[in-house]
Design a protein around this ligand. Structure first.
Ligand SMILES: C[S@@+](CC[C@H](N)C(=O)[O-])C[C@H]1O[C@@H](n2cnc3c(N)ncnc32)[C@H](O)[C@@H]1O
Length: 157
């Protein structure tokens, strides 16, 4: 977490282009209109910006500094500091939960996916396609759809 607190101000310079490429794939799977939407691991809000047509939009991240940068942008969303493995929401509170490039950072990504499934009726998530954590996700959910440097999964309840 210290890593993201440390790089919060320079994050977009490093990663915006990469995340925009992922959005080019994601946007065909994501329709937020009229929906109550939660984004988990929103970082500085690169994806949050694209979700503003939602009926209600909430975005959470564990890094206080990343949330601070996101808040400064004036995005039409409610930003909260929260942990993906312990979301402060009720069962089925959201129509759609989305998480982009967060799961590779978690020791137990499957726990966070279960938590997102608990609070949302539909869950769309991506994970970096290299590294160890993505293997755990593939074992449970099969191989994901290619999405830039990530793989993408869509889960309905
Ligand atoms: C690679 S960044 C992606 C940020 C954003 N989704 C984007 O597309 O630019 C990963 C983000 O996940 C957040 N994160 C890592 N572990 C988390 C956790 N357990 N709960 C919530 N957010 C977490 C980090 O703070 C960071 O902002």
């Amino acid at each position: 977490m210290d890593y993201y607190n440390h790089i919060s101000k320079g994050y977009e310079e490093l990663y915006r282009e990469e995340q925009e490429e992922k959005w080019e794939v994601l946007k065909d799977y994501v329709d937020v209109r009229g929906k109550k939407v939660l984004e988990v691991g929103c970082g500085t809000g690169i994806i949050t910006e694209k979700l503003q047509e939602a009926k209600e939009l909430t975005a959470v991240d564990k890094s206080r500094k990343m949330i601070e940068v996101a808040r400064e942008k004036g995005i039409n969303a409610k930003f909260l500091v929260a942990d993906a493995t312990k979301l402060p929401f009720k069962d089925d509170e959201f129509d759609l939960v989305i998480s982009v490039t967060m799961l590779q950072d978690l020791e137990d990504p499957l726990k966070a996916i279960e938590e997102m499934r608990r609070v949302g009726r539909k869950v769309i998530f991506t994970c970096l396609a290299k590294g160890e954590r993505v293997k755990l996700i593939r074992e449970k959910y099969g191989k994901g759809i290619p999405c830039g440097k990530d793989e993408l999964w869509i889960i309905f309840k």
